[in-house]
Ligand binder design. Structure first.
Ligand code: NAI
Length: 411
């Protein structure tokens, strides 16, 4: 079959397997030529491994110097008679193919990370493939829903401001239209739902389950990703429902840090840069900021994608800090800010960059956003997340999906 991009609003309805492989290959090439990760972890569990930051972290740790083996959890759609399958589904297949070809263990577990069943499956896989222990746990789930245990009902996240209405624009990737909306303040139930889905509770449940099953290795660390942004995005993000959930995540990092101290390890919330991912294009008001940010950071030579962010995180922060002289075990010190957060959003928040972004966003409107912002780069990044827009791929050639799905070797 011939596979074309299909987009509804900001949701991709199709994915091109061969383009997904290209995206993986390009990320592998990047980390192979970047500063290598030294003293990195060898056995890594990534929850939310099939796209965005989780996938980039998996690629960086496997191919960027650490030579880590990985178990990746994700919730993706396989191909069937009606659908070609989601990009994350193909990302998992191709990541596994390339990792295995270099002798690495790469186990994919597909299912709901919030469930006890998938936690048990992960523990079993750690037992089978990692001799029972992990050195790093990355929590990178971005979801709109979380099932309530036992009842079958759902908590739902709502991306809304708190205690105020916020006016902002979104950009429909389906027809390149600028859409202005006023978001009303979230209800208490919406604040609570977002906290349950995107806060720290499930991260803590994972780490607790791994502690209880004695799956935590000596020096094991855990990270989860956060976003803070600048005063342009604060009304919809940091001061809104998502920000409330992220603050909960930051607090969770402190309690997990105490628990992992028993293993000479640590837990950190890691604040990343705003990027186009499957999840971020959903955030109302963020798109104009993103296209302004991409324009400015590309012009200044400071733009990074998920892969650059992750390689820098591991080489300069999580496994690249100075030695903690006060520590008898000579543990590596992780550089953090005053709130004990790892910051790799420094280039985004650079004062001069923000000043330029401010100026652009102020003058941006429905008529000029394609000219004054990097809308082309934004849209291309979205297409590439779904395997489209790679010059190496012949998009006119038919794809035999069955042939693509079969060659996977299970380690
Ligand atoms: P993404 O949408 O690219 O990836 C999300 C991952 O979660 C995928 O692997 C997906 O399969 C998995 N997932 C979703 N629901 C699941 C479930 N029920 N069970 C198992 N796996 C599930 O998202 P992205 O953007 O990489 O986000 C990851 C984290 O990074 C989130 O916490 C997000 O808030 C944070 N972050 C994102 C930023 C951005 O600009 N994209 C900036 C800073 C932080």
């Amino acid at each position: 079959m011939i596979i074309k991009p299909e987009i509804t609003g900001v949701v991709a309805r199709s994915a091109h397997p061969l383009g997904c492989e290209q995206a993986i290959i390009k990320q592998i090439e990047y980390v192979k030529n970047a500063i290598p990760i030294k003293n990195g972890p060898k056995r890594v569990l990534i929850i939310g491994a099939s796209s965005g930051f989780g996938l980039a972290a998996r690629i960086a740790l496997t191919f960027g110097g650490a030579k880590a083996d990985t178990i990746g959890i994700s919730f993706e759609r396989a191909q069937n008679e009606k659908n070609v399958g989601s990009a994350g589904f193909y990302n998992n297949l191709y990541f596994q193919k390339h990792a295995q070809s270099e002798g690495r263990i790469a186990v994919n577990i597909d299912g709901d990370a919030f469930s006890s069943r998938i936690k048990a499956e992960a523990i079993e896989a750690i037992e089978t493939y990692f001799e029972g222990e992990v050195d790093l746990i990355i929590y990178s789930v971005a979801s709109g829903v979380r099932p309530k245990p036992d009842t079958g009902e759902m908590w739902r996240s709502a991306i809304k401001p708190i205690d105020q209405s916020v006016f902002g624009a979104s950009i429909s990737l389906e027809d390149d239209q600028w859409q202005e909306t006023t978001l009303p303040p979230a209800s208490d139930a919406e604040i609570e739902g977002t906290l349950k889905v995107m806060g720290g509770e499930d991260w803590e449940l994972w780490v607790d389950a791994l502690i209880n099953s004695e799956s935590i290795g000596e020096g094991c660390k855990t990270i989860a990703f956060s976003y803070m942004g600048s005063d342009i995005t604060h009304p919809i993000y940091l001061d809104g429902t998502l920000g409330r959930a992220k603050i909960d995540l930051h607090q969770t990092s402190h309690s997990l840090n105490l628990k992992l101290a028993n293993f000479n390890g640590g837990a950190y919330a890691t604040v990343c840069k705003a990027l186009v991912t499957k999840a971020s294009v959903f955030i109302p008001g963020l798109s104009p900021y993103l296209i302004a940010l991409y324009k400015v950071m590309k012009a200044n030579g400071t733009h990074e994608g998920c892969i650059e962010q992750m390689q820098r995180l591991f080489t300069t922060k999580l496994y690249g800090g100075g030695t903690d002289h006060g520590d008898k075990d000579n543990l590596t010190k992780v550089p953090v800010d005053g709130e004990r957060l790892i910051r790799i959003d420094d280039l985004e928040l650079d004062a001069a960059t923000q000043q330029q972004v401010h100026t652009l966003v102020k003058t941006m409107n429905r008529d000029n956003f394609q000219d004054i912002g990097d809308y082309c780069g934004f849209k291309n990044a979205f297409l590439q997340l779904n395997g489209f827009g790679f010059e190496e791929v012949d998009y006119h050639a038919p794809v035999d999906l069955e042939q693509i799905v079969t060659p996977v070797i299970v380690p």
